[in-house]
Design a protein around this ligand. Sequence first.
Ligand code: AMP
Length: 281
Amino acid sequence: MRLILLGPPGAGKGTQAQRLVQKHHIIQLSTGEMLRSAVAAGTPIGLQAKDIMASGALVPDEVVVGIISDRLDQPDMKNGFILDGFPRTVPQAAALDELLKKKHIKLDAVIELRVNESALLNRVENRVAEMRARGEEVRIDDTPEVLSKRLASYRTLTEPLIHYYSERRKLLTVDGMMTIEHVTREISRILAAIGASEPKATAPAKQAKAGARKTAKPTGKMQTKTARKAAKAAAKASKAASKGAKAKKATKKVAKKTAKKSGKKTTKKAVKKVTKKRAKR
Ligand code: AMP
């Protein structure tokens, strides 16, 4: 499974990414985390990013694209990944498209966590309080002043990605104002509806799911209904396929019995004969 999580700071991307990691055994790639590690380690990239990050601005596109490109080449990526905090600009998204194309990697979906901006400051304040209570170091960019700058940069530079991925039929929008549990459940449901979270499927079920992928744009109520319909169609198709397999098995059994009675071997012809007889009935 290969996903992108999109949403402003405080939308809950990190929390949901961790849950997806545990459920699907995929790797979380957070450019923010990678950059913070680089700053802490004092690498050349860290030195370049340190002041930019502290101010709430974005690190240059080529720096983050380079980090992601290197990371995608690592062997632990083969199970899948979830990009958290990347891409953040249209040029980053275009660069990612190129990278994925070159590396023959297919993106399953982009999940947008939609939240009210007014709730974000509260959320970040709570996050800071929780981190302090756990005795963890608080991010220097988690202050009200820097947060408003990060939000402004989200609005102008990152929000256009909603249109970018919606045009490419990759966007799935989830109401990020629900409880953490609800958001997690909703993400699972829409991933199942597009067939991204099940490793195996029978051929007809696969076709039904491909149909679901084309139509499911689970933004809001209407799309939620579409996704539910698609999931139902997939389940029905899979049931029909297993029914078909059962009937075939029974036919073979009858042919075998008939052949045994007449002392002949079960041939394809004998099976065909029984199938014809049954069809007539
Ligand atoms: P985050 O942890 O995702 O909130 O990121 C923290 C900071 O890292 C951001 O405010 C940016 O300065 C920088 N950063 C993280 N990801 C990116 C990105 N994709 N492009 C540019 N800057 C980034």
